[in-house]
Design a protein around this ligand. Structure first.
Ligand code: NAD
Length: 342
């Protein structure tokens, strides 16, 4: 029996993992996040299964190793929550690199459409029998320039939709790909020319706060910023300043740097301790969803089946399927070719 401790679980996780779990895997569901205070719960398990706001820093990685945990199975694509270097040669880290890029791309478009056509305001108005159209003037996406930062699986799906809208698509990526239906430009060119900027790159040490006072100043006045990638890509204080100065026309955020204590939880009826988020939520041109972009039936099903497959392959056959290896520059390209890791 392969014993797995799953952290930060919600009812939808349990539903989809129960559906796809074979007899040889036994999952214990812990609603708490994995961090230095809760890591003791992992004692005696073969693997831990974590999500975006669990924290495996060096201290937690070493404790997991001491407890005999051999695998961290991320049930998400991003792995910025894991100190992969600290895990190297101790604990195998695997992830779900592509469970449904379209789910995230479509959510980014949903946020964009909501923002530019003022759907969030219209929805509230008509619920109150207010059928006035005052202050609901939007703009067409057709003919606008969208800048896509990160042209991997999600960025590509997003670009395809934007092309369908008849938008001009610019792209910037550290590792440009073939076959992307967009014009690759430098980051500065993208910032200067885009009416809408959408972030689809992973969060790394190098690009933390890539959207900051300096880069915001290089953008077109009134730009719309979409972030469905990771909160840490944006300096949220600078975002607030950019919106207050009217340099930024609107922001749509599915992720937030300090989301760990907020998102995925019902905080209604509580005082919000986070002043930056509180300020952002007062702004009529800011739309926040709480890391919801992945939440489709198709994506949840792919997440649970791939995670279980990653676990079974490792413990039954010694395969390191979908491994995140800190020694490989493009993480997901090494796993299928190696058995023992780099
Ligand atoms: P991917 O690995 O397929 O693509 C990422 C792309 O970003 C690659 O082409 C890479 O070369 C590029 N890149 C890396 N560093 C860069 C940099 N500094 N500047 C510009 N480009 C850079 O990943 P993906 O599946 O497309 O996912 C992208 C990100 O989306 C994930 O890392 C994750 O953080 C986020 N995500 C969010 C949700 C959600 O629910 N909101 C769900 C899944 C993934």
């Amino acid at each position: 029996m392969i014993r797995v401790a799953m952290f930060d679980t919600k009812s939808y996780d349990e539903d989809s993992f129960r559906k796809n779990c074979p007899d040889e895997v036994e999952i214990t569901y812990f609603p708490v996040k994995l961090n230095k205070d809760s890591v003791i719960l992992a004692n005696g398990f073969d693997a831990v299964c974590t999500f975006v706001n669990d924290t495996v820093d060096e201290e937690v990685a070493n404790k997991l190793y001491d407890y005999g945990v051999k695998m961290i199975a991320l049930r998400c694509a991003g792995f910025d929550s894991i100190d992969v270097k600290a895990c190297y040669e101790k604990i195998c880290v695997v992830r779900v690199p592509a469970y449904s890029p379209e789910a995230i791309a479509e959510h980014a478009i949903a946020l964009l459409m909501t923002s530019v056509r003022r759907i969030h305001k219209a929805y509230n108005r008509t619920k109150e029998f207010n059928f006035s159209l005052n202050n609901l003037v939007g703009f067409n996406l057709y003919g606008k320039t969208v800048g896509v930062i990160g042209t991997g699986k999600i960025g590509k799906a997003f670009i395809n939709i934007c092309n369908g809208f008849g938008m001009r698509v610019l792209a910037y990526d550290k590792f440009p790909s073939e076959g992307i239906k967009a014009e690759y430009v430098s980051l500065d060119e993208l910032l200067a020319q885009s009416d809408i900027i959408s972030l689809h790159c992973p969060l790394t040490d190098e690009n933390t706060h890539m959207i900051n006072n300096g880069t915001i100043a290089k953008m077109k006045k009134g730009v719309i910023i979409l972030n469905t990638s990771r909160g840490g890509l944006i300096n949220a204080n600078d975002l607030v300043d950019g919106i207050k100065s009217r340099q930024i026309g609107a922001a749509c955020m599915d992720v937030y740097e300090e989301e760990g204590d907020l998102f995925f939880n019902d905080k209604s009826g509580h005082i919000l301790d986070d002043d930056v988020m509180a300020r952002l939520l007062t702004m009529p041109n800011v739309i926040v969803t709480s890391h919801q972009a992945f939440l489709t039936e198709e994506a949840l099903d792919n997440i649970s089946s791939t995670t279980i497959d990653n676990i079974v392959r490792f413990f039954k056959y010694g395969e390191r399927s979908n491994e995140v290896c800190y020694r490989c520059e493009k993480y997901d390209e090494c796993s299928s070719k190696r058995v023992k890791g780099c």
